[in-house]
Unconditional design. Structure first.
Length: 493
């Protein structure tokens, strides 16, 4: 892998030191309120433009779910919507029973998809009543040494509700799966391989069923294949029920990757059950079917009876705290975030097209599942990587065979944005390959333009960079120094 050390040419040492381009992100934290919507009925989104972030930036997403009138738990998420409609989940959760909950997640690995870009941000709650929920979404950027170096984010399985029949491809063992393709970008000259390729997989069993009812409590085997090789195989099988209650039939309750202590969570986050408890206290007789139908439900003022014996809910409690709200579901629990499984697929993928195949429960289910996946590619963080190659004509930055205003516009745009392997491969405007489009490149580009009978307007650069007055003064001083030393008039408009 080709690396470049930081160096300054002697003739431009003063200029390079006093006028290094600072990135448009200060050391203090910045919070961007990207979502503030009422869900009517279930999904809403809007466009948001992010500034270009410094590579040493940590991004944290905060997703607040505020309930109005709905007493039940609902599947919810916070996502990026691609221009083609694909959705990349930023965060996945299930609401509390009528309670308000707030979720946070480190999303620094999504930097290349957000930095300097205009994206559509959306929120979803699977509510059955209009105006039942309000969603607040924010992304906070804080200065922090980079621990990863993401360069691309690609949706693999778009966040969606998939129904029976989705798994339609026979696997070697006779079960069914469904395949998706993803393109891994080619590596430019000078880079031999990616540091890592990571698959992020979100799933929750909300509504997933195998025909026995009790949708969200169903546990199933999740299998993921990359280019035919199985890379993950786990069953959402959760820990013992709380309060010493054990399932007589040996069945357990769902979890995704990781473990949950549901009772501790319930006590520490009492708001997630408040709405449910209130609905019990104020309930009226609903569906008074006591015939033994395993799917019947009887709610009385202070008693809850779930005769779903096969799911371990023969009888739970006789007070407001009873009911299934205490139990973890298949891959989630009410009021908490769903954790993503992170799978390293570096050794199994190549540049170009790759196939990711998913199978849940052997591909046989009767209701629907909620899942998604995306791929993140990373480069090393401990070196600058020059991926460009010398241009035959350094003035033709867009490499269209002509030197014109389009090349000047290209340079101005590159000068206004960070050029760093964290956000993509270097721009041709980085003529000296030091990892930044800076004044050294401006001088070199100007000289190349002069050879073609053109000049670079330095004032055009200063107008595009939101820098403090001291920077503009230094830039003006640098331009004057070049004018004096080179005795070449620069066109300044």
């Amino acid at each position: 892998m080709k690396t470049l050390a930081h160096s300054h040419r002697n003739a431009r040492l003063l200029v390079a030191v006093c006028c290094t381009l600072s990135l448009p992100f200060a050391a203090s934290a910045q919070t961007f309120d990207v979502l503030d919507i009422d869900i009517t009925p279930r999904r809403s989104s809007s466009l948001f433009t992010f500034p270009a972030f410094d590579p040493n930036t940590k991004l944290t997403a905060t997703f607040g779910v505020v309930n109005g009138v709905d007493p039940w738990d609902r599947a919810a998420n916070f996502y990026i919507e691609e221009p083609n409609g694909d959705r990349i989940e930023i965060m996945k959760s299930v609401t509390g029973f009528g309670g308000t909950s707030t979720h946070t997640r480190d999303i620094t690995h999504l930097l290349p998809r957000l930095s300097g870009k205009t994206v559509r941000i959306g929120g979803f709650v699977d509510a059955w009543t209009g105006d039942a929920w309000h969603l607040d979404g924010a992304i906070t950027a804080t200065a922090q040494p980079a621990t990863s170096s993401p360069v691309f984010v690609k949706p693999v399985i778009s966040e969606a509700r998939q129904f029976a029949g989705y798994f339609d491809e026979p696997l070697p063992d006779g079960t069914l799966g469904h395949s998706h393709t993803v393109q891994v970008p080619e590596l430019p000259e000078g880079i031999e391989e990616y540091e890592s390729l990571k698959l992020y997989y979100f799933t929750s069993g909300h509504s997933g069923s195998d025909g026995r009812g009790g949708n969200e409590f169903v546990t199933d085997q999740h299998r993921i294949f990359v280019n035919g090789a199985e890379v993950d195989n786990y069953t959402a099988d959760n820990n013992q029920a709380v309060d010493g209650y054990e399932d007589e039939l040996g069945l357990t309750f769902g979890k995704g990757p990781g473990t949950y202590n549901v009772e501790d969570f319930r006590v520490e986050n009492s708001n997630v059950t408040t709405g449910y408890q209130n609905s019990i206290a104020n309930a009226v007789l609903n569906n008074p079917d006591t015939s033994g139908d395993p799917k019947s439900r009887l709610y009385t003022t202070r008693e809850v009876y779930f005769p779903w014996r096969q799911f371990g809910h023969e009888y739970i409690g006789n007070n407001q705290g009873g009911g299934t709200h205490q139990y973890a579901r298949s891959g989630w629990k009410p009021g908490d975030s769903v954790q993503a499984a992170t799978i390293d697929v570096t050794d199994l993928m190549t540049t170009g097209e790759n196939t990711v195949t998913l199978s849940i429960g052997g591909g046989d289910f009767t209701n629907d599942w909620r899942f998604s996946a995306y791929l993140v590619g990373e480069l090393p963080t401990d070196s600058l990587v020059y991926t460009g190659s010398p241009l035959d004509n350094p003035a033709d930055l867009n490499q269209d065979g002509q030197v014109n205003q389009a090349d000047v516009d290209h340079f101005v745009a590159a000068f206004n944005a960070p050029v760093n392997p964290l956000y993509g491969f270097y721009d041709p405007s980085d003529l000296d390959g030091n990892g930044a489009v800076d004044l050294d490149d401006a001088f070199a580009f100007h000289e190349a333009l002069v050879q073609k009978g053109m000049q670079l307007s330095f004032s055009q650069i200063t107008q595009t960079v939101p820098e403090p007055a001291t920077y503009l003064s230094a830039l003006a001083l640098a331009a004057t120094a070049v004018f004096v030393s080179q005795r070449r008039k620069l066109l300044v408009r």
